[in-house]
Design a protein around this ligand. Structure first.
Ligand code: T6T
Length: 324
């Protein structure tokens, strides 16, 4: 009798122990544990203030959302062959998302397709590719920026004389669109002769030598539009050394350009908002990887601002100045 009672009590104890461990095991299993997402940001050039500022914006969003962000890219050259190994390296690490500024509209399609085929969502920032592979693209309105540059340059030269432009190379979405907008607008001024756009492969040295040649060949050259920072650095140096009174309008607002604007060498800068591009990029990637995909647009514009000596120190301008 006693033995039967002991057995019954033991059975109850074991059953309740099993029940309680099952509950604990189930609870542990069902509990939503927060995982840390890893995103890569692959810039055009990792040392360029446009992209270091974009990195700061991306990092601020990553800190807010608890995302592990890795920023890696070619330190000096802006090209598909120098960018692709960094993208391949990111794909090999199987991150949750990749943000990339593709250096060529066509050449970067195949490398980006490899990421998408590996089920890694890709967001393009600044530049885009000619294939619908990215979740979204975030950029300035580069056509509008090119038009604004044409108006600023036309006004700086009194709406008459010859003008030329210096860009990186054909095939980059941003600079192609700036050129498109600039050409469309500058041709509307009847007393301005547009001498065309030359290419410098993102080399300030080549931009400087092409600018010097232009200044020698065209004595009436009144203005030059530089379509990005490195083109601008070369154009500014050559113009300063020539001693000629040529007016300059440049894209971007990197420290050297802002300094030249303050000194009066540059008439106007078309500044972008790379901090916002990076910040929005990480925010949208996080939305995507956490399943909140509905309502993500295919494109987001972040705006651009004309900076002159008149507004460079005004409130509302500082956020458009890039930092290293
Ligand atoms: O102008 C920016 C960027 O928007 C463009 O795509 C490439 O050149 C810059 O990075 C400036 O160096």
């Amino acid at each position: 009798m006693l033995r039967r009672l002991w057995l019954a009590l033991t059975a109850v104890a074991v059953a309740s122990l099993l029940a309680s461990t099952t509950t604990v095991a189930q609870r542990t299993h069902n509990q939503p544990h927060k995982r840390t997402f890893t995103f890569y940001l692959i810039p055009g050039i990792s040392t360029d203030a446009f992209y270091t500022t974009m990195h700061k914006g991306a990092q601020a969003a990553a800190n807010r959302l608890g995302v592990h962000l890795i920023f890696q890219g070619a330190p000096n050259a802006f090209s598909a062959p120098t960018q692709t190994p960094f993208l391949n390296g990111a794909i090999a690490r199987r991150p949750d998302a990749i943000l990339i500024a593709p250096t060529d509209k066509v050449a970067m399609i195949a490398p980006i397709r490899r990421a998408v085929q590996a089920h890694i969502p890709v967001i393009t920032v600044d530049t885009y590719i000619n294939a619908p592979l990215a979740v979204t693209n975030i950029s300035s309105d580069n056509i509008a920026g090119g038009k604004k540059a044409a108006v600023a340059l036309a006004n700086a030269i009194g709406r008459k004389g010859s003008v030329a432009a210096l860009s990186v190379q054909p095939g980059i979405s941003t600079t192609d669109q700036r050129q498109q907008g600039f050409e469309a607008r500058i041709r509307t001024y009847p007393r301005i002769t547009y001498l065309g756009t030359q290419y410098d492969n993102d080399s300030p040295t080549i931009a400087a030598s092409k600018t010097s040649a232009l200044l020698i060949a065209h004595s009436d050259l009144a203005g030059i539009f530089a379509l990005n920072t490195n083109s601008g650095i070369g154009v500014t140096n050559a113009a300063q050394h020539s001693g000629k009174k040529v007016k300059l309008v440049e894209f971007d607002a990197e420290p050297v350009e802002v300094q030249a604007l303050r000194q009066g060498t540059i008439s106007a800068l078309i500044a972008q908002d790379p901090f916002r591009i990076g910040n929005l990029g990480v925010t949208l990637a996080y939305r995507y990887v956490t399943g909140k995909r509905a309502g993500i647009f295919k494109h987001y514009g972040t705006g651009e601002k004309i900076i002159t000596r008149a507004n460079v120190n005004k409130p509302g301008t500082k956020e458009f100045l890039y930092t290293k």
